[in-house]
Design a protein around this ligand. Structure first.
Ligand code: ATP
Ligand code: MG
Length: 713
């Protein structure tokens, strides 16, 4: 506790120690928003203003949630296990698991990821005999998700024309199908959780009483439904502490509403708004480039970022002949940096589109540089892993048609397309799951499908009492998956991935400790869906970090490469075609990318690039022109060797917080003139005793206890 507040500047300190009020911390990149949010949780807990139990904190990724929990346990001596810190999806999943009955879900309900969702929509179109060229499945997924993210069910969806009318009908069919199978897509997790809390008074009251302090990171990217969810939970008098940066709003395409920030100020009239303007992350040149870029956006709430870190190195710009050439340059630079002592984990390569990673990966691999990809080809999305998960899903929930179809004939069991069509027609007729409909099949189809159903039954009985890793091992072996890959030509890597799945389960059991409602298997499957992409192989190995700009939000690295800065790629042509709003969103993305760098930033582009199997001739990105010339150094092909980048200094310093005059630090007090406040620190004794109080809107004050009338609240 004593060091808790030591490493904060004055507005940060003010934000952290605000009395229990609603607050909005509106600040630019790298100004300490996440640090403030984490420290505030620690502060609230260590000054007994709330128990760990009463905190709900929403982060942007599961990775961020983990980091926050780790940080928290280093700041306060509490058991952080079981605290409600996570993503919107993760938290909603948890709540729905605990109250599956009230939510109208099977205990072991499964989560559909975007690929599953797409498969389900395709299947529906087929069943309903709808032309998938006229109604492209991907667009339908988008249509459905966009409605859910606005909190709109099919029954309430408006149709202006016949075409939309049809889409609404498909949406309704999709809802039925999900309900029948007992599965939820990502957007459904939130919507269902929201509806549950809205309609179930006692449950709502319970959680409203429980969560007294609600904290939200990356608030600028909340969508309409997420914001309503927060408001609902805070409806019993809890306080919302939101931090965000309108310049980093990059999920408009998923319904994020920067307007939520303005609305928040309005809804919680008098919400304290604190601005943090000092950037601690980046050297001056990098920050100047970021500021120069974002200045071109018109829709801004307006902020001014500065740093006292000094200019640092110039931004290194490289124009390559081709994408391959660009990759070679980047990897060559990385090897030099690593030779100079930079840790590979402190080096990130960012790209606008996941497809760009392949060339980079190839080059890294060829040169023997360990790397890790976030997003893109995800562990939990690999074919063999999804097959294994499908078997596991069926153990928990036989009605999961998506899982059923994935493995009913994998490994092959002689079940033909005709049999499956029959099965689907039967299921449709008797309105049951495929699994249950299997019993009605006759002839050869009845036999082969029946054998599959019996296999699942046997697996279920055999694994009933096994620990999670053994369940997976057993299923992988007895389902025939392992054997299938053993004889497959390139099956070795797939077998290794299946082993890795068992490892992942073992780690999961160790990490989670107490397993939630629904048992270890259900929790693990939910984890697999939610955390896809964050568990790359080679855990623990020092590796260069590859990710899309979207995935880099909130993170920081000593050295950052932004690759593929070409017109059409970054800014992306799809967004540019949307006009000004699209371009501004791309520019925010660029701003996010630039502000990830602490000490050194590289920007590169290529004159030609292979995209979707074709060579494209590219123009350098207009964003490169927005960086003032004076900040950049153009590199030619023979890059000079780079000097070592010094490591970022660690923090020190102590902080004393004695109790004074019967009052203690952390206590909420009332002052006749300044109103409610919280004691932040104190000094002196007896007649000299003074306390520092944070009065929120009225600011931070030092008050002599002898004169100031402070009433404990
Ligand atoms: P982003 O907008 O990218 O999410 P942020 O505003 O959340 O950034 P943080 O990640 O919290 O910023 O902080 C950026 C960096 O600055 C971190 O390394 C953090 O530890 C450091 N930092 C923040 N505040 C201070 C401070 N008062 N003194 C020293 N370092 C600080
Ligand atoms: Mg942050």
């Amino acid at each position: 506790m004593s060091d808790l507040l030591a490493n904060l500047n004055s507005p940060q300190l003010q934000a952290v120690t605000l009395p229990p009020v609603h607050a909005l911390i509106l600040a630019g990149a790298g100004s300490g928003k996440t640090r403030v949010l984490t420290t505030r949780i620690a502060w609230l807990i260590s000054t007994n203003q709330v128990g760990p139990h009463g905190v709900l904190a929403v982060t942007f990724t599961n990775k961020a949630a983990k980091e926050m929990t780790a940080r928290l346990s280093s700041l306060v001596p509490i058991n952080v296990r079981g605290m409600w810190i996570g993503t919107f999806h993760g938290l909603c999943n948890r709540l729905l698991r605990a109250h599956f009955r009230e939510a109208g879900l099977p205990q072991t309900f499964q989560i559909l990821d975007s690929a599953d969702q797409l498969a389900m929509v395709k299947r529906l179109l087929k069943n309903l005999n709808i032309d998938d060229e006229k109604y492209p499945p991907r667009e339908l997924c988008h249509f459905i998700n966009a409605h859910k993210e606005q909190g709109v069910r099919a029954a309430q969806a408006e149709a202006y024309d016949n075409y939309t009318q049809k889409r609404v009908e498909i949406y309704a069919e999709y809802e039925n199908q999900c309900n029948r199978e007992g599965v939820c897509d990502f957007a459904e997790l939130l919507l269902r959780c929201y509806e549950l809390l809205q309609r179930n008074e006692p449950l709502r009251a319970h959680y409203q009483q429980r969560f007294r302090q609600i904290l939200v990171d990356e608030f600028q990217d909340t969508n309409v439904l997420q914001y309503r969810w927060l408001k609902l939970l805070a409806g019993g008098g809890a306080h919302i502490f939101a931090v965000g940066d309108d310049d980093q709003s990059i999920y408009r395409f998923r319904g994020a509403e920067v307007g939520n920030m303005r609305e928040f100020e309005r809804d919680y009239a008098g919400a304290n708004v604190i601005r943090l303007e000092q950037n601690y992350r980046s050297h001056g040149n990098i920050l100047a480039a970021a500021n120069a870029i974002i200045k071109n956006n018109r829709e801004r709430l307006g902020k001014n970022l500065w740093t006292d870190a000094g200019d640092g190195e110039p931004i290194r710009a490289f124009e390559a002949y081709s994408d391959l050439d660009e990759a070679r340059f980047i990897v060559e630079e990385i090897r030099e940096l690593v030779r100079d002592g930079i840790s590979p984990t402190q080096i990130a390569i960012l790209y606008r589109s996941n497809a760009q990673s392949r060339v980079l990966e190839h080059e890294l691999f060829t040169k023997g540089v360990p790397y890790k990809v976030y997003g893109g080809l995800r562990f939990f999305e690999r074919q063999e892993v999804k097959h294994a998960l499908a078997y596991l899903r069926l153990l928990g929930n036989q009605d999961d048609d998506t899982a059923f179809l994935r493995v009913v004939n994998f490994p092959t069991r002689g079940i033909g397309a005709r049999s499956l069509e029959n099965l689907q027609a039967t299921a449709h007729q008797i309105n049951s799951s495929l699994y249950n409909a299997a019993a009605s099949l006759t002839g050869k189809a009845g036999q082969t499908v029946g054998a599959f159903v019996r296999l699942i039954e046997t697996l279920r009985q055999e694994t009933a009492n096994l620990p999670l890793p053994e369940i997976i091992e057993h299923v992988v072996e007895k389902s025939g998956l392992a054997q299938h890959y053993r004889v497959e030509k390139e099956g070795q890597e797939r077998l290794e991935n299946l082993d890795e799945l068992i490892n992942a389960a073992a780690t999961f059991v160790d990490d989670e400790g107490a397993i939630g409602e629904g048992g270890a298997l259900a929790s693990f499957l939910a984890h697999a869906s939610l955390e896809a992409g964050e568990h790359q192989a080679g855990e623990g190995q020092e590796a260069v970090q590859l990710m899309s700009v979207h995935a880099a939000k909130g993170l920081e690295f000593d050295v950052v490469f932004i690759s593929g800065l070409e017109q059409g790629l970054f800014p992306h042509e799809n967004s540019v075609n949307e006009g000004k709003e699209g371009l501004e969103e791309e520019r925010r993305l660029m701003y996010v990318a630039v502000t990830r760098a602490r000490q050194r930033l590289y920007v590169s582009c290529a004159q030609t690039r292979m995209l979707h199997g074709q060579t494209r001739y590219c123009m350098p990105s207009s964003f490169l022109d927005e960086i003032p010339e004076g900040l950049m150094r153009k590199l030619n092909k023979k890059a000079e060797s780079a000097p070592a980048v010094p490591a970022f200094g660690s923090f020190g310093g102590g902080y004393a917080e004695p109790a004074a005059g019967g009052l203690r630090v952390g206590q909420t007090v009332e002052h006749a003139k300044f109103g409610l406040g919280v004691i932040v620190s104190s000094e002196g004794r007896g007649a000299d005793a003074r306390v520092q109080v944070n009065f929120g809107g009225a600011g931070m004050k030092w008050l002599a206890l002898e004169y100031a009338k402070l009433t404990p609240v």
